[in-house]
Write a protein that binds this ligand. Structure first.
Ligand SMILES: C[S@@+](CC[C@H](N)C(=O)[O-])C[C@H]1O[C@@H](n2cnc3c(N)ncnc32)[C@H](O)[C@@H]1O
Length: 415
């Protein structure tokens, strides 16, 4: 497997992606010995966009020097203004599209380009799906040395707008206008864009935005989480639940299909939240155990299982990565699958090490961050312990840079 050490020092920004290793830039960059950049901030120039990298920024070049530009489409000729020049790359803002791509479409949202929530509303939905597939394939190739043929086409969301069931609305005092702004962080700063609605949110969330604006909280600088409760699931106020109800049945089905394919009889659902995957897959296995750190989520998971009459599972509270080893010993490793769905920073090293030691027959790694996913799969596959059978991306986040992936690994060598 390829050595991902070149990712140890993430290149600056992307702000939208700041809590995990940034993997999109190095591949596009000029080699370190390239001559100093012929560019300076404020400079206006024309660029041909050759690619849109993971993170959503388009890639253009001045000689061999890379310039990142947001809100463009591959193949376009654009006029840009340089905003930042680094040793190996520059950033620019889009001034004008000189030659638009036939795939460019009109964004639905009036705040698009200003608001930092969406990166792709200007790209037709079929191309967004192709783009995400290519970005995942490129990342996996670069970080893990995995061939692109392992990446399946991205499963689309049935509705590319009005799908989100959860939003974090921020308020911030707008000094020049002497008013409170309610909305989301801007694409280019920590300032809040004042929004009246959000086109990727479900209509009921837009109603909640209207209510917050009508009766604002007393101070600025607040964050309010708006959410719609999922039908049939108990989710405590601060606990996690997947944020796209429309594609969620397909995600559960993908996990069940992969479990059926391996024939696993036992399941460990690690980082289980309110028990979503364990409960959805309970009928596929003889027994399952869910592990979760959030005390309230564990209690809700027990009630969610009981409400469905599910009796072949139990839920344990604790740090999953520290418990993997012990729990996996309770099941025969050649009949056991583990689902891991950790936060976007990925699985901590003790968890990966425990998996390599215990060698369950199947690891289904669910992740909304392909870069940390590829990094962790690379560790699991080192010295041939596991083999990556395939990656199924699902577009849980249309119009944005994000994509969910289910990676299916199988044990290669017995414990
Ligand atoms: C991406 S969510 C996945 C939840 C669940 N699989 C689902 O689909 O609804 C990650 C979950 O991991 C939990 N978590 C974070 N760190 C953890 C840890 N060290 N051990 C166990 N759970 C953890 C969070 O509370 C959250 O519920």
């Amino acid at each position: 497997m390829a050595d991902p050490s070149h990712l140890a020092k993430p290149p600056p920004r992307s702000r939208l992606d700041s809590d995990a290793p940034s993997a999109h830039e190095p591949a596009a960059l000029a080699p370190p010995q390239a001559p100093p950049p012929p560019l300076s901030p404020g400079q206006i120039l024309s660029l041909r966009i050759t690619d849109v990298a993971f993170g959503g920024e388009g890639v253009g070049r001045v000689d061999q020097f890379v310039v990142f530009v947001p809100f463009v489409v591959a193949g376009e000729e654009v006029q840009v203004e340089i905003t930042e020049v680094k040793k190996q790359f520059a950033r620019a803002r889009l001034v004008e599209v000189l030659q638009p791509s036939p795939q460019r479409v009109a964004p639905l949202c009036r705040y698009f380009g200003e608001c930092g929530g969406c990166q792709y509303q200007h790209i037709g939905y079929p191309l967004q799906l192709e783009l995400k597939c290519k970005q995942v394939a490129d990342l996996f190739e670069r970080i893990g040395g995995f061939p692109a043929t392992l990446i399946a086409p991205v499963l689309p969301c049935p509705q590319p707008y009005h799908y989100r069931n959860r939003l974090m609305l921020r308020s911030q005092w707008n000094k020049p206008q002497q008013k409170l702004n309610f909305g989301f962080l801007r694409a280019d700063s920590r300032l809040v864009v004042d929004v009246e609605d959000c086109q990727i949110a479900e209509p009921a969330l837009n109603e909640q935005i209207r209510q917050v604006r009508l009766s604002p909280p007393p101070r600025g600088g607040l964050k309010v989480v708006l959410r719609i409760a999922p039908d049939g699931w108990e989710v405590p106020r601060d606990s996690f639940f997947q944020n796209n109800f429309l594609l969620l049945p397909r995600l559960a089905e993908v996990v069940r299909e992969r479990l059926r394919d391996s024939g696993a009889r036992f399941l460990l659902d690690a980082y289980c939240g309110v028990g979503f995957f364990g409960i959805e897959a309970a009928s596929e296995v003889e027994a399952f155990i869910g592990v979760e750190l959030d005390h309230q989520a564990v209690k809700a998971a027990r009630r969610n299982a009981a409400a469905r009459g599910i009796r072949n599972g139990e839920f344990i509270e604790g740090r999953a990565e520290l418990l993997f080893g012990g729990i996996l010993q309770r099941f025969a490793s050649d009949s056991t699958a583990i689902i891991i769905d950790p936060p976007r920073t990925g699985c901590p090293p003790p968890g990966l090490e425990a998996l390599r030691q215990q060698r369950p027959a199947q690891v289904l790694y669910v992740s909304c961050h392909p870069a940390t996913l590829a990094r962790d799969l690379n560790v699991l596959c080192q010295s041939g312990v596991f083999e990556l059978r395939g990656v199924i991306p699902l577009d849980m986040f249309p119009q944005t840079q994000h994509v969910e992936c289910v990676a299916d690994l199988r044990r290669r060598s017995p414990a």
